[in-house]
Design a protein around this ligand. Sequence first.
Ligand code: HGY
Ligand code: MN
Ligand code: MN
Ligand code: MN
Length: 408
Amino acid sequence: MTTPSFLTDFHRVAEIGATPNHGVDRQAATAEDRETREWFRTFAQTRGWEVRVDGIGNQFALVELVPGAPYVLLGSHLDSQPLGGRFDGAYGVIAGLHAADRIANSHAAGDAAAPRFNLAVVNWFNEEGGRFAPSIMGSSVFAGIMDEAEMLEVRDLRGVSVREALDQIGYLGSDARPEIAAYAEIHIEQGRILEREGIPIGAVDSSWYTQKLDIEVLGEQSHTGATLMSDRHDALLGAAKVIQRVHEVTDQFPPETLVSSVGQLTLEPNSPIVVARRVHLVADLRADDEAVVLAARDRLLADIRLIEAEHGLTIHARDFDVRANQHYPESGIRLSEEVAASLGLGARRIRTMAGHDSVAMNRIAPTVMLFIPSVDGVSHCEREFSRDEDMAAGVDFLTEVARRLLTG
Ligand code: HGY
Ligand code: MN
Ligand code: MN
Ligand code: MN
């Protein structure tokens, strides 16, 4: 049973940055992001929990159960994609807060097994990477995978740095980071497997290899009417051919073994009668097998050289946001399977093609990653949806996982 307040809180947070078709737009360090952070802080402080903000804007709620002990950390991210879904990330943060609330209450009532650790909930900064690249930024800095000073200087397309943006919303913190004993994250699957098989819980065992290619196409600005075709060096035409090649290279691999898209493109000067001088685009390449991504990237780079020569362009391509395959610890998966049995909930092992903060945390602490079903498997869009009963079952599940991690 989950207290109705979980669903009330979930729907309350979904109103922050709400978009016309039931999505949200709460990009990192925007006013909408600040508003969810205020909600998170109020939830914790009304329960007497300590709240901290670290140097990259990660926000923590700390529930002290064993003075001086490390923390079992629950959480996910409240930032979203532009025109994103209201479940991605937010579900895991609100579920974490409610799991912590239930555990804190049972400890206060004296009817809980003696814990070895404290409990905390985190709202990671900039998991999505839509405004500031790379993604999974806050948890990667926390895990020591990315450098804090370097990430604070990353700038968005308008030239605003992470440092400036966090400062503007009052979340450029300096609090000490809690010591972590274990990490557990629950998230929507963002795929079709659990829904198709009618299984309420996924125990994530591995994540796909992913990387992005940051591509800059440089041509020559000219008049779309007065310039002879033989004199044109059209950056947008070159970019269009690069995008086409991304898909053609992907199609050279067995179906669904490699996934790719170009989702972001900026154009200069972007005028109807001016031949573009510069296009910036980002390609996202993912596969279960790292060798497939690397082979696809190499084919693409070779094709880019041909496009350069054919149109008299200069094209720069840079790997970034590279995330190696991750395998989650067997101990965590077995714990999830035991919890599923104790709650009478169906569960199955599942891989993730999407990246998550747990990919970073898995590098520094025993990590449990859990999924609930996504309706139609869609995400990163306003149509993203998960059912109340699946969300409620997930909160129950996460609470029981946290209880067991606390007694270690
Ligand atoms: O990269 C991802 O898949 C995540 O949504 N940031
Ligand atoms: Mn997410
Ligand atoms: Mn996402
Ligand atoms: Mn003119």
